[in-house]
Design a binder for this molecule. Sequence first.
Ligand code: ADP
Ligand code: MG
Length: 682
Amino acid sequence: MQNWVANIKYIKGVGPAKAALLAKLNIFTVRDLLEHYPRRYEDRSQLKSVSLLTNDSVDTFQATIVNCQESKPRRGLTITKVTVQDKSGSAQLVWFNQPYVKKWFRPGVDLIVSGKVERRFGQIQISHPEVEVMDGSDLLHTGRIVPIYPACENIGQRWLRILIRQALDDFGAPGDFLSPDIISEFGLSERRLALNNIHFPPDQESLNEARKRLVFEELYLLQCGLLNLKMKSQKYGSGIKYAVDGERVTKMIAGLPFTLTSDQQEALNDIKVDMEDVVPMQRLIQGDVGSGKTVLAAIALAKAVENGYQGAMMAPTEILADQHYHTLAELMAPLGIRLAVLTGKLTRRIRQEVLSRLRDGLVDIVIGTHALIQDDVEFKQLGLVITDEQHRFGVRQRASFQAKGKMPDVLVMTATPIPRTMALTVYGDLDVSVIRELPPGRKPIKTYSVGSEMRQRVYNFIVKEVNAGRQAYVVCPLVDESEKFEAKSAIQMYEQMTATHFSNISCELVHGKMKSQEKDRVMSAFYAGDTKVLVATTVIEVGVNVPNASVMVIEGADRFGLAQLHQLRGRIGRGEHQSYCILLSDNENTETRERLDIMVKVDDGFELAEKDLLLRGPGQFFGMRQHGLPDLKIADIVHDTDILLEARKAAKQTVVDSEQFAIVQPILTERFGNYFGMIRNN
Ligand code: ADP
Ligand code: MG
């Protein structure tokens, strides 16, 4: 077996300079090169005769060189003209300022030519065509279905094709890691063939076969990783077996100011069954914003404490962690449960104190941010870990969180109602409970999409609502470059507003670059109702719960994805008041208008998520900054659903077959090790 992970510079024709360029394309090893899959293909396999070449179309034909001339009509301009002909007629190939092309061309040489045809005054001309000399070797650049690669400056398509062809010939593919059973059961092609055909397909059919095989193996590896993770945390059977509900849990549920919806009840039941089983819980609760997931977390945590264990809950932002702390404290403190917060803003001294109390078991429940998964955080007896808004954390972070305990139960909550295929990819290692129904009595939010000519009226409306006792959010446009730019534009906007529309109203600003203390002060004032209008960036996107807030204005709404708009909108409509969401945008693009109209019409998070995924693709779907998606080279989790389901089925067989898994594991680690972060040999 050839060394696939050999550094790319050992390939013939790649020196240090080219290697540095390839690095820009993330190509470091032979494997990276072979897995540098084409972005698209051009079908240059249909050969026309010269006389049938049509004006303005991109055609391919075979012809023989008649002559080659170079002229320099003026300084700085070199024109190379090559006349070619076949039986039916002749054509001119033209290059400007590429004098070196002429060295390839001698009369009598046969070429395959592809390019855009110009027919003028009975002449046929093609400027800067793709040409390939027919010398009996395989055609690479034309006369076939030709791969078009992601490329970059100074790396051309031709060079990449030649290099990849050579790597395929020299290194081929190592032995197939898919078992013969899987290959035959799922009708896959053999690996070596698939790799060859994904780059240089003889025809469309072979290309489809090749793609299917490679998509399958990529998703299969990923699923093997996820399912193995799940098995590993369950296989020892030495998880915690919690007792049936005792006094504390019963009291807590009885003391709630509402009865649980039937979806909540069902999800809670799933949690109980999992917790009371010796196999550790690995459960995802998927529920739209405002569907009431926090209370379920609280009940589960109380159950852990009741059984003598500690619980921990991780949220993606400080604002959210603080808010959870307050919500949970309200429910739990009366039951004598001891809570603490652990976030990045604690002073050293306080942090040390919290850590030591966690270690000594003097704290029952800790709520925090990423700060919870730092190395020096230790628990006496951690029995339940909960992550909220999971899509902001990766599998890896979840795993290190889990590793703080000994086979703790794991509960993951997400308000992003991700579609099923995506759930299987991102949360493939979890069981899923879904809360679809919202608590009763919620009035549907009224959503409007308007242009900035309405801004005056929109702000007047805010003032009116505030005078009626309500509160409002004004969300600033997304700025892509960085949080710093975003903060700057938010500050500008805030200053402008307080100087004009909101000069008589208490209005405050919150953004990601503010000091924690300042953020806390602003949020507390808004929670308390002292601040009426909160100008904010997306820091308020997740979790913030102020039932009295009834208006949200989203500036530059076209910059947000549907799922994100939905999250933001979920900050209002949480109380008994009629709520209004106003999307401001001057973008006249039809697609954008359609997207915003969908927001106006649809309030179901699942439906919006499906639409968003189709409209924007998975990368954008989770937002640019952080997401829990693995880096897929060829599979498309939106469209490859069928293959995904098959790959998962195959992976299920593999992970329970230790011999087969041993073959897959090194490849899995190589390919997705970073994603899982902790796949070890056990
Ligand atoms: P999520 O975290 O799912 O977005 P929360 O847990 O913050 O939602 O709940 C939103 C609001 O609904 C909270 O104020 C909560 O107290 C309330 N709530 C939760 N469950 C119910 C219920 N069954 N009936 C009425 N109100 C509820
Ligand atoms: Mg929540």
